[in-house]
Design a protein around this ligand. Sequence first.
Ligand code: DAH
Length: 341
Amino acid sequence: MAVDELIGLLKALETVGASAMRAASGAEALEALRTEYLGRKGRITAILRRLGELSAEEKPVVGAEANRVKAALDALLTERETAFAGTANEGPRVDLTLPGRARWRGGVHPVTLVIDEICDIFRDLGFSRVAGPEVETVDYNFSKLNTPLDHPAADMHDTFYLQDGVVLRTHTSPAQAHVMEHFQPPVRVVVPGMVYRRDPYDASHAPAFAQLEGLAVDEGITFADFKATISEFVRRFFGADAKTRFRPSFFPFTEPSAEVDVSCRICAGAGCSACKHTGWMEIMGSGMVHPNVFEAVGYDPEKYTGYAFGMGPGRIALQRYKLPDIRLLYEGDMRFLGQFA
Ligand code: DAH
């Protein structure tokens, strides 16, 4: 019977067509299949031409089946075309509208900037820049600096002991002893470096921080030389209008000892929260080198005198860059450090 034959042909066409469409290698092949199967002179139309062989009741049956096959093949073609369109659009995966990537630039750490600037000023004043070891014996860290081991500074609570009698230096002052043991007067050095203390870690304390030691020894050096040198340093570093104040203090390795204050850079001495309303900011401990220190390193205390000082470049960087928290300087956050590049 013609009906069964035509319906069989349509079903066969669906099977063959579908597998050809699934195997098609690209958009062009699919286009050709669309014409071959669904086109006006296509294979389905060819079958429908034979509808004339059928009776009035049979025609709609075959017609309906032809429409179903057409729709099915059309849906499959569309699905496959969309899949190929997806890959075609991928092209090179470059978005030319994206902004260019900024080139990464390294910079000098703010504490290093401050240290370099301080050392440059002291170089102009006749001081050499030297370094000392960060691991010291208690002898160098304390004893040679006229600090007995029962002094609170030598206590386990304040000092990192690596082993018996060996510590991470708690200050840069032991470098004084190394320098004097290696060189005869006249001596003028500055010694920047890291020091370590068992301090709490908060906005104004870090267990590791930078210090900068200074030492000048010769015949006839007096406290007046110290005042003149430091006052000149303060003017050059902080500005011509910066005032310097010397306050009596105590350190085991100096006699007399003094702390040096600079008129507050933020309020110019009027008093603000940065200077705790005193108008002054402490920048260093200092004094005339104690005769016991000279004896410990083999200098003749009858012949030589000298001054020494120790300052905190981290604290000074906080003032200079108006930073609220010393931890910013030691945590390596690139968003912060990048601002100094
Ligand atoms: N070493 C002292 C400290 O860490 C600072 C200091 C004070 C250094 C007086 C000196 C000095 O050279 O003479 O607190």
